[in-house]
Design a protein around this ligand. Structure first.
Ligand code: TXA
Ligand code: MG
Length: 594
């Protein structure tokens, strides 16, 4: 994405920043340190390095917007969320003031919400780490670009885990995490240098439960990925950028591994684990008996049945009142497992390598063997997904048979993003003729809030059957080929579930609305228009027009307005770009006929 010539210029720019930072470090006058609104310190070095970095990046990439920690106005003015720079001129200002040389300069380029380039410079040693050509590199003082050293993560040895737990950022969650993982060795380094340690294979895992901002980690994330590791949020999916207020959830950065234990992700949060083992054992037993279990995934809650029992599968249809011609997604725990059930085309291979575990469902040709007989419901194609949510993954691994699961709502209605939503749809008794919902595993809200993208991977050209959290741009970016997109696809044969009317609350939904009608509630987006400020029934999907937030709140918003008993739900226009496409798709189906 960035040419070699530009990489060389970026390294020069980083070295200019290094020089400036070192000058101020040597001449630091502590009486001149200012404090920002959040009481974090601000030095002359922060400001001057910021100016050099921002001016330099502007010159090199005049068309790309820059969000920098120290350019306050850049935080609210990002116009193009698809491509932008994230800059942290000095990460580790506290260390800087305390005369510890562990501070860094950070640039990261974000494309379609993932980092594609990252550079970390350490002024004190004049070392630069960056990624280029899908590899990670380290360039030491006085070295020329041609002499950069390739770096790689080491493969995690789970019997001798080396962690990096920042002593300055101990939380109760981190203490719990450490007592679960019991590292063989734990070390402490400041600032984003942690990512360089991971990328060089000096340590295996960096857990983070104290607050961070996107510019603190994006460059490190990019370098780490190129070195063979990755950085996952607590929902098990790769960290994305351009979120609300640029704040990150808890995360785990790690080296090479095929099998990150679900518990390593779960323990990043303060959940009640006392009953977890019992709950899981019970859920597994009930699934094996042919009963239903509702469980959280990163997208929405699923209503699961074991994939080797026709009776169990049938009970999903009865419980949901789902049309029998609408097939179900099989949830499994790895690519290798998935390959038992469907023919993997090249396209399927590339997409699953990038987006699994995560919110992508692929459709493939069903393999003809003993595993698929019941699982495929007699169909020649099968939908498969490996969810990233640690609880979902743990459940599927324990059952060790794929779990068929639609969203845990009544057919045609709004999908559930919390356990409460599931209770509202299937309660109060949770059984009926031919079905029993034995347990709803409550693990809070689903952090994505919108269903997976469904993509048919059988042919030469992949076809998006349902828009979802993985956008068409992300898919095109990875495949580097055209992707068909069956917009307004109502062809029952191709995608039986894409009904024109779906995701509907009780109220009538109207999209792209500007003026109020009688007895209506509003889903607003952006600042509330003057004409609506006194309106009683409002639900704001995102005051700052952030599509991640709108996605997260969409179904709660629809359910909330419905609970007020309004006759109509009016929705303000939402941009039809990136995940806005999936949001608009759901709203269009919710509003069908209106
Ligand atoms: O995020 C999700 O995908 C959630 C969570 C629980 O994993 N699941 C979900 O399932 O949304 P459901 O049943 O609500 O939607 C599945 C969609 C439907 O549109 C269905 O028609 C389609 O996937 N589908 C399933 N099997 C298919 C197949 N063999 N060919 C084409 N479409 C298929
Ligand atoms: Mg559904």
């Amino acid at each position: 994405m960035i040419s070699e010539r530009k990489i060389i210029k970026l390294i020069d720019l980083a070295r200019k920043c290094n020089l400036c930072a070192m000058f101020h470090f040597k001449n630091l006058d502590r009486t001149q340190v200012d404090y920002k609104e959040d009481l974090s310190p601000l030095t002359k070095a922060d400001i001057e390095v910021n100016n050099i970095a921002v001016e330099g990046l502007k010159k090199l990439f005049p068309d790309i917007e820059i969000v920098s920690e120290e350019s306050k106005n850049s935080h609210n003015s990002l116009k193009n969320n698809k491509v932008f720079w994230l800059v942290d001129p000095i990460d580790g200002t506290k260390e800087f003031i305390n005369k510890s040389p562990n501070f860094t300069v950070n640039f990261a380029l974000i494309k379609n919400n993932f980092p594609v380039f990252g550079l970390i410079a350490q002024p004190h040693t004049d070392t630069v780490w960056y990624n280029y050509d899908n590899k990670a590199w380290k360039l030491e003082k006085n070295y020329k670009f041609e002499n950069a050293k390739r770096i790689e993560c080491s493969t995690i040895n789970y019997n001798k885990i080396k962690t990096l737990s920042s002593l300055n950022h101990r939380t109760k969650e981190l203490e719990n995490w450490m007592s679960l993982v019991k590292p063989f060795k734990d070390i402490d380094v400041g600032s984003s240098i942690k990512f360089c340690y991971l990328a060089e294979g000096k340590v295996d895992i960096y857990p983070r439960t104290a607050p961070t901002m996107e510019w603190d980690i994006a460059a490190g994330h990019s370098i780490l990925k190129a070195a063979g590791g990755n950085l996952y949020c607590d929902n098990g999916f790769e960290m994305q950028y351009g979120k609300i207020d640029f704040k990150n959830p808890n995360f785990l950065a790690f080296g090479k591994t095929d099998n990150l234990p679900s518990k390593f992700l779960m323990f990043l949060n303060d959940q009640n684990f006392e009953s977890y083992e019992n709950d899981m054992n019970y859920a597994v037993d009930e699934l094996k008996k042919g009963n239903l279990i509702a469980f959280p995934t990163e997208t929405v809650y699923g209503l699961g049945a074991i994939g080797n029992s026709e009776k169990a599968i049938k009970s999903i249809y009865t419980a949901k009142k789902r049309p029998l011609n609408n097939p179900l997604i099989a949830h499994t725990f790895s690519i290798e497992e998935a390959e038992k059930y469907i023919e993997f085309t090249n396209i399927a291979r590339v997409l699953t390598k990038k987006f699994w575990p995560g919110p992508l469902t692929i459709i493939g040709q069903t393999k003809n063997n003993q595993f698929t007989k019941i699982l495929s419901q007699g169909k020649s194609t099968l939908a498969l997904r490996v969810p990233s949510h640690p609880v979902a993954l743990d459940l599927i691994k324990r059952v060790n048979i794929p779990i068929l699961a639609p969203s845990a709502n009544l057919s045609g209605r709004v999908s559930p993003t919390s356990a409460e939503h599931v209770i509202n749809d299937f309660g109060p008794v949770f059984y009926g003729e031919g079905w029993k919902l034995s347990k709803i595993i409550d693990y809070g809200s689903c952090s994505i809030g919108l269903e997976s993208t469904v993509i048919d991977c059988r042919g030469e050209i992949p076809i998006i059957l349902r828009h979802g959290f993985i956008t068409k741009e992300m898919i095109t970016d990875v495949l580097k080929t055209d992707v068909l997109d069956l917009e307004n696809n109502d062809n029952e044969l191709i995608s039986p579930g894409q009904l024109k009317s779906h995701y509907s609350p009780k109220a009538n939904v109207f999209i792209n609305q500007k003026t109020s009608m009688e007895n209506s509630g509003w889903l607003t987006f952006g600042s509330t228009p003057k004409s609506l400020q006194k309106h009683k029934n409002l639900f704001n999907l995102s005051p700052t027009k952030n599509l991640f937030q709108a996605c997260f709140l969409l179904y709660s918003g629809l359910r909330y307005l419905d609970s007020l008993g309004v006759k109509n739900i009016q929705v303000m226009p939402i941009p039809n770009e990136s995940i806005g496409v999936a949001i608009n798709d759901r709203l269009k189906r919710a509003s069908y006929k209106n």
